[in-house]
Design a protein around this ligand. Structure first.
Ligand SMILES: [Zn+2]
Ligand SMILES: [Zn+2]
Length: 297
């Protein structure tokens, strides 16, 4: 009996020590080593955390841009309005980080990911959910300029996005009516729509996750997966390159772009909707329903 008591005392002591160790580590992690785990999930997997205020009540958006490829202030104002329109976040902070030219002809997603590891400083901390958006001066390596297939932006993790700003500037120069701001806003809002989990995006290994942005009514395009069939919706299929050929099975194996936004289609749709420009930059009713069902406004 005595031995047993002694044993339980040792166990209790061991438990107390391991607990205190844990809390030491937690305190340290706020000071020195950054915990990146919350920012290494798949695209769409922080949808609920973005939309509702349950776990996070502030968004911190780090905008890294190559010199001369910074988005306009008006674009960022439009983007913040879009975030406030669909989420319950009222505190949204943008921080800028200027980078020197990459001097690259094109960039692969792997290279973009490496650059993020080098340059990103904002990670989730306490009740702040952090994002990294990279405005680059090199186009996507998957573009085919002769065929006029150019990518404007892509998401590749729950809080990571690339915007091909050089491609945006080239495209807006082709149009008399459409500005950098128009294309930047549509691109940012569309790509962020994917981080909201649109359409039916994320949790490939856990489709029934309560945190997934599920479809209230079916509206996912059968060919351009994770895009919408609603006319006029910012997430609609015609704006994206068809992704059905890219196996969605190995999402977790390698870095995977949840979306590649088609520059020419976007320009055409912005020009078509000149008389009611807002239409090209807003979500349709089915997408809004999905967001509201996952904690959105
Ligand atoms: Zn897309
Ligand atoms: Zn939609």
């Amino acid at each position: 009996m005595k031995e047993l008591r002694f044993l339980s005392l040792i166990l209790l002591l061991g438990f107390l020590i391991s607990c205190s160790k844990k809390s030491d580590n937690e305190n340290e992690s706020q000071e020195k080593p950054v915990n990146k785990a919350g920012n290494l999930k798949g695209s769409g997997e922080s949808a609920n955390d973005i939309l509702s205020n349950a776990n996070f009540d502030k968004l911190l958006i780090e905008v890294a841009y190559v010199k001369n490829f910074k988005p306009t202030d008006a674009t960022m104002d439009n983007f913040v309005l879009f975030l406030k329109e669909h989420s319950f976040k009222s505190t949204i902070e943008i921080m800028y980080k200027e980078l020197s030219s990459l001097k690259e002809e094109t960039l692969t997603l792997e290279e973009i990911n490496e650059l993020e590891q080098e340059n990103r400083t904002a990670y989730n901390n306490g009740k702040t959910l952090a994002f990294y958006i990279f405005f680059t001066d090199a186009p996507s390596d998957e573009d085919d300029e002769e065929e006029d297939l150019v990518t404007l932006g892509a998401v590749y993790r729950n809080t990571s996005m690339v915007i091909y700003e050089k491609t945006i500037k080239k495209l807006s120069a082709r149009s008399f009516f459409i500005t950098d701001e128009d294309i930047e806003t549509a691109t940012l809002n569309h790509e962020f729509g994917h981080l909201f989990g649109l359409v039916n995006l994320g949790f490939e290994n856990e489709p029934e996750s309560p945190l997934k942005t599920k479809m209230v009514n079916p509206h996912e395009d059968s060919e351009a997966l994770n895009h919408c069939t609603t006319n006029g919706c910012l997430m609609r299929a015609e704006l994206s390159f068809n992704q059905t050929n890219k196996s969605s099975k190995n999402y977790t194996q390698s870095l995977h772009a949840g979306c590649r936004l088609d520059g020419v289609s976007l320009l055409n749709s912005l020009e078509k909707s000149l008389t009611s420009k807002s239409k090209a930059q807003n979500l349709g009713i089915e997408c809004i329903r999905d967001l509201q069902a996952n904690g959105g406004r």
